[in-house]
Design a protein around this ligand. Structure first.
Ligand code: UDX
Length: 453
């Protein structure tokens, strides 16, 4: 049967690229996936996802089996065999906050060379997060120089930011809240819109698509992440205030604040701070970018500052009860930067471990998924337990670092029975204080001292 949907290529099979490629294959597109890492290609080719993401493994197996996802290390081959190329390579942050664009430069150079051979109009879509001006500047220049073609005539160019939330990536791609199409020219934007119309079929409402310029699309990504992180830091700032006020509780306050439809309850969960592969990197990049223009972004700066302090609040709470942490056994429940993933990039747990080690604490940690990643990074600097209950054994203090579902099933009696000293610090507000306060020494982020009545 002749294919009615175009063939696409996806360059860079990391979290964003692989999830997107597999979803496209699932929606009936023929996908050519490209990566420079041959080992990764072999793994994906064998139908095995190189990282955990709910729903990905089954969809990948199907795509490979049905040959809807083909793999190659050659960008040239992929461009030749497709009509649209999505670029999803990494744009890692440097220690000074600036963005390393070498992978995207190299991918675009390869695409450009292939375009020179192709002789037909081809759409290039940047999905990687890049600083404002990069798509219409560096990327366009590299494509034009390496292809010898003019953007807009020989090929089209769009900036289509991804808003992938780990643990929810597949649903986010199949049922997005929005599709932002930054376009170099109308033809490019029309072609990408036509792709999404085919991808979503009748499921696509037109209010979902925003057509805009390349630079606006780039900025929408940074502004969205800065705003979300700011909401979390705002809740965390109020949490800090609550900790000084008898009877105050940030959870109830944010429930009340979030009821206002203009604000909304999402991303107002106070905790030990935000982490991950995007918020830390993107906020640092935005600050660095603005600095280059001689501009301060005070709200973004404060968002980061609140976040840096946040894990230390757990240590302050622990010290209130235990005095010094020197030689004390501290159990950390959760290491992943959020539940549902094995990812520890930018994880609060790592900052907490560093600060606890500096206090002389003896750390034992448990996480249902991220333990191997932490072991690879920290080795035997800390000890690892095979279950949450195991971690609690003989501990002087327990800190809830990641809100995994399985931790919610722990009862206050478990802590009392297993720990040497039952000091529980709920860093993610997963327990009902009322249940715990009677049984153990319970402290929580954003909860004031108990009211004396
Ligand atoms: C985020 C954005 O949601 C996504 O749109 C963007 O493309 C990439 O960055 P992700 O990093 O996967 O996605 O995680 P997210 O669910 O947004 O959480 C980020 C961090 O904020 C986590 O550490 C999480 O624990 C923390 N968080 C989130 C809170 O502490 N409180 C909240 O209320 C929400």
């Amino acid at each position: 049967m002749a294919r009615t949907k175009p063939s696409i290529s996806v360059l860079g099979l990391g979290r964003v690229g692989l999830c997107f490629a597999v979803c496209c294959a699932n929606r009936g597109f023929h996908v050519v996936g490209v990566d420079v890492d041959e080992e990764k290609l072999d793994m994906i080719g064998a139908g095995k996802a190189p990282f955990y993401e709910p729903g990905l493994q089954a969809m990948l197996e199907k795509a490979v089996e049905k040959k809807d996802l083909e793999l190659t290390a050659s960008a040239g081959e992929a461009v030749a065999r497709s009509e649209v190329s999505f670029i999803t390579v990494g744009t890692p942050g440097r220690p000074d906050g600036s963005v390393d664009l070498s992978q995207i430069e190299s991918a675009c150079r390869d695409v450009g060379k292939a375009l020179a051979e192709k002789g037909a109009w081809h759409l290039v879509v940047v999905r990687s997060t890049v600083p404002p001006g990069t798509t219409g500047g560096l990327i366009k220049d590299v494509l034009e120089i390496s292809s010898g073609l003019k953007c807009g005539r020989g090929f089209g160019l769009c900036m289509n930011p991804e808003f992938l939330s780990e643990g929810n990536a597949i649903r986010g791609i199949l049922e997005p809240d929005r599709i932002v199409i930054g376009e170099y020219d109308k033809r490019s934007g029309d072609a990408l819109q036509a792709f999404y119309e085919q991808f979503h079929g009748n499921g696509l409402s037109h209010g979902l698509i925003l057509r805009t310029s390349l630079i606006n699309a780039e900025l929408i990504k940074y502004a969205s992440n800065a705003f979300l992180a700011m909401k979390v830091s705002f809740a965390n700032m109020i949490a800090h205030l609550c900790q000084l006020l008898p009877g105050a509780d940030v959870v109830s306050i944010m429930d009340g604040v979030g009821l206002d439809k203009r604000i909304g309850r999402a991303f107002l969960n106070a905790g030990l701070g935000w982490g991950g592969s995007c918020f830390p990197k993107d906020l640092a990049a935005l600050l660095k970018f603005a600095e280059g223009l001689g501009l301060q972004l005070p709200l973004v700066k404060a968002t980061v500052e609140v976040n840096e302090r946040q894990p230390l609040l757990a240590i302050e709470l622990a010290k209130k009860v235990l005095g010094t942490l020197e030689g004390k056994r501290v159990a950390l429940l959760g290491l992943a930067f959020k539940p549902g993933t094995d990812d520890i990039r930018g994880a609060v747990s790592l900052k907490l471990i560093e600060a606890l080690l500096a206090e002389g604490a003896d750390i034992v940690a448990y996480d249902p998924m991220a333990m191997e990643n932490v072991k690879a990074l920290l080795g035997s600097t800390i000890s690892y337990a095979s279950s949450a209950r195991e971690a609690l054994r003989e501990a002087d203090c327990c800190i809830i670092v990641t809100e995994w579902e399985e931790f919610r099933t722990l009862r206050p009696e478990d802590f009392k029975e297993l720990m040497r000293k039952p000091v529980v610090i709920d860093g993610r507000r997963i327990f009902r204080p009322k249940d715990f306060e009677q049984v153990v020494h319970f402290l929580a982020i954003g909860r004031g001292p108990r009211k004396l009545t």
